[in-house]
Design a protein around this ligand. Structure first.
Ligand code: IPE
Ligand code: IPE
Ligand code: MG
Length: 251
């Protein structure tokens, strides 16, 4: 298993194009409301935006794209909306898997999928299996995911395997058990929809990620909007704890 380093343990290499972009796709409901449509219309339009952003990321040369599709707290929504979101997830997987495979996309899903319907769980497993050897963009869908859940499940796995290891646990020991152990930490985090919070997304992995918030509602987030986010990222100075002077001297 390839293990990526931890930004708090060693200084990662900064690149021009973010290697990993993680997005909270927010604002579907408001997009629909503005048009006097039901919230589900916003979620449907959101799926179309997902397609565009996957394509744009592949074109820009991004290696990992992680999308927050359903949080562990989204179960608190009205039952009808939760059901519609699940249905949309099922239909999108059914419709998109072949095209993803043809485009060399490797699909991953992080989160506790055991609470999903058997049909959805099977579709997820099939999609992940079918695309596992693809070498293009790694697309991760965070579904029933929560950052705290992730850290807890990692610790529980270690406790199961070797409880004694918990006594002197360090960061490097934890990494292989985190849900996204197969990816480097995100370079750029984007949240659409105007809220400036993390909403229990990748708590561990976002330690040194550049954060970008935009009022654009998710269904309106297109290639140009993504490009603006990458421009902003390129203007940042990623110090990882060091001083500006150290960066100039390249130490
Ligand atoms: C994001 O859009 C999609 C999910 C959380 C599934 P919202 O549904 O949160 O849209 P707003 O925030 O109500 O506009
Ligand atoms: C975060 O959006 C989760 C997803 C986009 C899947 P929410 O709309 O659920 O977040 P809050 O409730 O505004 O923090
Ligand atoms: Mg929201």
């Amino acid at each position: 298993m390839t293990l990526f380093g931890s930004s708090t343990q060693q200084v990662p290499q900064a690149r021009c194009i973010p290697q990993h972009i993680a997005i909270i796709m927010d604002g579907n409901g408001r997009w629909a409301k503005k048009r006097f449509l039901p919230r589900v219309a916003g979620h449907r339009q959101g799926v179309i935006a997902v397609r565009g952003i996957i394509k744009a990321c592949a074109e820009f040369g991004v290696d990992y794209l992680t999308l927050f599709a359903f949080s562990s707290e989204n179960w608190r929504r009205p039952k009808e909306e939760v059901n519609l979101l699940m249905e949309l997830f099922v239909r999108s997987l059914e419709a998109e898997i072949e095209a993803m495979h043809e485009n060399n996309i490797r699909l991953k899903v992080i989160g506790d999928i055991s609470s999903f319907s058997t049909r959805l769980q099977n579709l997820i497993r099939e999609g992940v299996d079918q695309t596992q050897n693809n070498l293009g963009l790694t697309l991760t869908i965070a579904a029933n995911y929560g950052g705290r859940w992730d850290i807890m499940q990692a610790i529980k796995q270690i406790a199961d395997v070797n409880p004694q290891a918990l006594v002197e646990l360090n960061e490097a020991d934890l990494l292989p058990y985190l849900a996204m152990h197969y990816a480097p930490e995100p370079d750029l985090f984007i949240r659409t929809g105007g809220e400036m919070r993390i909403s229990n997304f990748l708590l561990w992995q976002l330690a040194y990620t550049e954060l970008y918030f935009t009022p654009i509602l998710w269904p309106d987030f297109d290639k140009a909007a993504l490009s603006a986010a990458i421009d902003s990222y390129q203007g940042r100075e990623r110090r990882f704890g060091r001083t500006s002077e150290q960066l100039e001297e390249n130490v």
